[in-house]
Design a binder for this molecule. Structure first.
Ligand code: ZN
Length: 272
């Protein structure tokens, strides 16, 4: 299994990420993608990847870099500095990253949308320049994300992570070349709309589904209030299994293949 979205570098894992990786391996994970949130996290992401490379053949760590809307500043100067740091990082290490992300728009935070939009579109531009897919964050913002994709003519695709939304919205992302990140949301009985969307995708676009935990956030049903962890990815797989005709093994193979198609394309063959 591949966890396509896990923030192992964040403070919630600071004291024990090595044992979190061991538990993930025991739970059957073979690869984890650590999305970026701020340029200052790069060294931690990189250290976790190097540790895994040196200590185990059982799991690979992929990394992405980007400026997450939560961590943007309200100062234009700070944001301009962060953007040029990201640009520099991509210039130096673009062959080491599998995507630009996590980037996007969040309708629930205090950072003004105009500012979020400017930073988002600038990063879509960088992803285009380096021909990298993007990892998109959304919250009450699908319509604005589509606007930005249109404004920038972005065409490298990527994943809309922790997807929740209607069939129409999912279809619009698929049409634009995006994959859909399926996480803990579908383990909750109340998430009917998103479950219906995932049923539709399982029937019509199974080749666009990815698994994710979004650890340490988005705990699965039954684990509310606790830190989420990649070792629980099997809960997402099991919930997905209940929504369609695929068994666990087939879903695992399918989502693994989808992940490698999106993020590796044969160009970045560090350790498949
Ligand atoms: Zn995230």
């Amino acid at each position: 299994m591949i966890d396509s979205h896990c923030h192992l570098d964040l403070p919630a894992f600071q004291g024990d990420w090595q044992s979190v990786i061991s538990h993930a391996i025991s739970a059957g994970l073979t690869r984890i993608l650590i999305p970026g949130t701020q340029v200052s996290q790069w060294s931690t992401q990189h250290a976790i990847q190097s540790f895994a490379n040196q200590n185990t053949h059982a799991i690979s760590i992929d990394i992405a870099c980007g400026l997450h809307p939560y961590f943007l500043s309200t100062s234009e100067t700070d944001n301009a500095t962060a953007l040029s740091a990201l640009e520099r990082l991509l210039f130096q290490t673009s062959s080491e990253v599998v995507a630009v992300g996590e980037i996007g728009l969040d309708g629930h935070i205090a950072i003004p949308m105009q500012l979020q939009k400017a930073m988002f579109e600038a990063q879509l531009g960088l992803a285009s320049e380096y021909a990298l897919p993007v990892i998109l964050h959304h919250r009450k913002s699908h319509h604005l994300i589509f606007e930005s994709l249109k404004n920038t003519g972005f065409a490298e695709g990527g994943v809309i992570h922790a997807f929740s939304g209607s069939v129409e919205v999912a279809k619009a992302y698929v049409d634009k070349g995006f994959y859909i990140g399926v996480g803990g949301t579908i383990t909750y009985d109340r998430a009917k709309k998103t479950q219906e969307t995932i049923i539709y995708l399982l029937q019509h676009h199974p080749d666009r589904l990815l698994l994710e935990t979004d650890s340490p956030d988005m705990p699965m049903q039954g684990r509310q209030g606790a830190r989420n962890s990649p070792e629980y990815l099997g809960d997402v797989l099991a919930a997905l299994g209940k929504l369609g005709e695929y068994d666990g093994q087939a879903l695992n193979e399918l989502t693994t293949q989808n992940y490698l198609t999106l993020f590796h394309k044969g160009l970045f063959c560090n350790r498949q």
